[in-house]
Design a protein around this ligand. Structure first.
Ligand code: SAH
Ligand code: SF4
Ligand code: F3S
Length: 455
C-alpha cells in the first residue's frame, strides 16, 4: 500500500523550508475539533502551521452547511483565493467539512472555482494525505465525499487552538432528523467513541494542565447507546468527574427529548461539571415543534427546567431558537416568547430559519415575509436583553469561578464563569488560562464585571 504521507512530502520537501498550512474552520465546535485533527495530521506529515494565509502553501477551509449565510461566506472566501493562487502557482487549496460533503457543493466548486485542488467530506478527513498526493500528481480536483465507516484515526494528535480549553468529541453524527437541519445528511448516523478512548484523552489533557474540557456531540444524551457495551452519558460524566486534576467539564448539545433527571442529578452532584445546560428549545409552539420533528412539547421542556431549578433555584440555561420556521404564525412566535420568559435563559443564540435543500422543511410552503421574521427576531433579542440584564443582577456580591481566556483593550481580561457567562475584571494577561475567584460588582446585559480575589 502506498504511504501517501511520505509520497506527498517527498514531492513537497524539495524546498528547503517545510511547507506551511493554513486552516480555518467554520460552524460548530465539532467542526472546529475536526479542524484541529486535520492540522494534527498535516503536522505529522511534516507541514508547519501558519496563521498568515499569504505565507501558506496549503489553505484549507473546513466548512459549515447549517445555514445559507455560512455557505455564501465560504464561496466568497474561496473566490478571493483566485488571485493568491495566480501569484503563487504551487499554492494548494482545499475545501472540506459539512458543505463539502454535499454533491451540489462539489459541482459548484468544480464549475466556478476550478482552481480548488482538493474537496473532501466529513468522513474522509483521514484520506487527506492520499488526496494531496493525487492533486500533486494528477490533473483536476481530487475529490472524496465517500461515507467511510471508520472515524478519524484515534492516534492522530490534534493541534489544539488553546492551551487551556480543549474540545473532546464523544460521539459523531446525528439520528434525529429535525426537519430543518442538514447535519444528519452531512455527518451520517450516530456513533460513539468508546468510554476508554474518551477517558484516556481527558486524563491526558488534565495531565497537561488543561483547565476546561468541552465534551462534544450533536446530541450527547444519545452517547453510548450503540456501543457493544452500552453506557449512558451520565455514567460517562461520572467517570470523567473521577479523573484527577484541576479542570472543569462542559458539554454540548443536549436534546430536550433525551434529558433525564439522572443527567441533571449527575451535573449537580459532580463537582467538576459546570452547573449550566445548553438546551436548544428551537420553538415554544407545540405545533411548530411537531413540524420540526423535535419530539417534545413545551410542557416537557419546562418540566426539565423546573426539575433543575428545584435543585438549584437559579440553575443556568442557554438555548438555540429558530425564528420564522415555515408557517410560524404570530401566535406560535408568542408561544416561544412565553417559554423564553418562563425559563429566563442566561443566553440565547437565535437564528432566522434558513431553507436547507434536501431536508423535509425545505419543501414546506412558507408564507411569512422575511421582514416579519426580522421583526420577530428583533423582539426576541430585545426581550432576552431585558431578561439577562435583570437575571445577571443575581450575581452581584457573589464570587464566581472564572476561567480567563482573553485580554480586552482597556486593561481588563475576560473569561467565562461556570454558568458560561462572560466575566470581565481588571487584570494583567498573566491570568489568561487560569481559574480566578471573581467577586461580581456589576451586571450588564451581555456580561458581568468584578474584582479578582486573591487567596
Ligand atoms: N445538534 C445541535 C446543534 C445543531 S446546529 C442541537 O441539536 O442543538 C446549531 C443550531 O443551528 C441549531 O440548534 C438550530 O437552532 C440552528 N439551525 C439548524 N438548522 C437551521 C436552519 N435550517 N435554519 C436556521 N437555523 C438552523
Ligand atoms: Fe440537527 Fe436536530 Fe441533529 Fe441537532 S439534533 S444536529 S438540530 S437534526
Ligand atoms: Fe455546521 Fe456541520 Fe456543525 S453543518 S453546525 S459545521 S455539524
Amino acid at each position: 500500500m502506498t504511504d501517501y504521507k511520505k509520497a506527498t512530502m517527498d514531492i513537497l520537501s524539495k524546498k528547503a523550508e517545510p511547507p506551511l498550512c493554513f486552516l480555518h474552520s467554520f460552524g460548530c465546535q465539532q467542526n472546529v475539533s475536526d479542524g484541529e485533527k486535520i492540522l494534527g495530521l498535516l503536522c505529522e506529515m511534516g507541514y508547519g502551521v501558519t496563521q498568515d494565509i499569504t505565507a501558506a502553501d496549503l489553505i484549507i477551509y473546513n466548512t459549515c452547511a447549517v445555514r445559507e449565510g455560512a455557505e455564501l461566506k465560504v464561496y466568497s472566501l474561496v473566490g478571493n483565493l483566485k488571485n493568491l493562487k495566480k501569484k503563487k502557482p504551487g499554492l494548494m487549496i482545499g475545501v472540506c467539512g459539512c458543505m463539502a460533503q454535499q454533491e451540489k457543493t462539489v459541482e459548484n466548486l468544480k464549475r466556478s472555482y476550478p482552481y480548488v485542488d482538493i474537496i473532501f467530506g466529513t468522513f474522509a478527513l483521514g484520506e487527506l494525505p492520499r488526496l494531496l498526493y493525487k492533486a500533486l500528481t494528477e490533473k483536476g480536483t481530487a475529490v472524496d465525499i465517500s461515507e467511510y465507516k471508520a472515524d478519524f484515526p484515534e492516534d492522530i494528535r490534534p493541534v489544539r487552538n488553546s492551551g487551556f480549553s480543549a474540545s473532546v468529541p464523544v460521539m459523531y453524527g446525528c439520528n434525529n432528523f429535525c426537519s430543518y437541519c442538514i447535519v444528519p445528511y452531512v455527518r451520517g448516523r450516530e456513533r460513539s467513541r468508546s468510554p476508554e478512548a474518551v477517558l484516556s484523552e481527558v486524563k491526558e489533557l488534565a495531565g497537561q494542565g488543561y483547565k476546561e474540557i468541552m465534551l462534544l456531540g450533536q446530541n450527547v444524551n444519545s452517547y453510548g447507546k450503540t456501543l457493544d457495551e452500552p453506557i449512558s452519558f451520565s455514567e460517562l460524566l461520572r467517570r470523567i468527574n473521577g479523573i484527577d486534576g484541576d479542570f472543569r467539564v462542559r458539554f454540548m448539545s443536549s436534546h430536550p427529548k433525551d434529558v433525564t433527571k439522572e443527567l441533571i442529578d449527575m451535573i449537580i452532584d459532580c463537582e467538576k461539571i459546570c452547573k449550566h445546560l445548553h438546551l436548544p428549545l428551537q420553538s415554544g409552539s407545540d405545533r411548530i415543534l411537531e413540524a420540526m420533528n423535535r419530539r417534545y412539547t413545551s410542557e416537557k421542556y419546562l418540566e426539565t427546567v423546573e426539575y433543575a431549578r428545584s435543585r438549584i433555584p437559579d440553575f443556568s440555561f442557554s438555548t438555540d431558537i429558530i425564528v420564522g420556521f415555515p408557517n410560524e404564525t404570530a401566535e406560535d412566535f408568542e408561544a416561544t416568547l412565553n417559554v423564553v420568559r418562563k425559563v429566563r435563559y442566561d443566553n440565547i443564540f437565535s437564528f432566522i430559519y434558513s431553507k436547507r435543500t434536501g431536508t423535509k422543511a425545505a419543501v414546506m410552503e412558507d408564507a411569512t415575509p422575511e421582514e416579519e421574521k426580522k421583526e420577530r427576531i428583533q423582539r426576541l433579542l430585545d426581550i432576552q436583553r431585558e431578561i439577562s440584564s435583570d437575571g445577571f443582577k443575581r450575581f452581584i456580591g457573589r464570587t464566581l469561578t472564572v476561567l480567563f481566556d482573553s485580554a480586552d483593550e482597556d486593561g481588563y481580561c475576560s473569561g467565562k464563569s461556570d454558568e458560561f457567562i462572560i466575566v470581565k475584571a481588571k487584570a494583567d494577561t498573566s491570568v489568561i488560562g487560569s481559574f480566578q475567584r471573581v467577586k461580581i460588582t456589576k451586571a450588564f446585559n451581555w456580561a458581568l464585571e468584578g474584582e479578582i480575589i486573591n487567596g
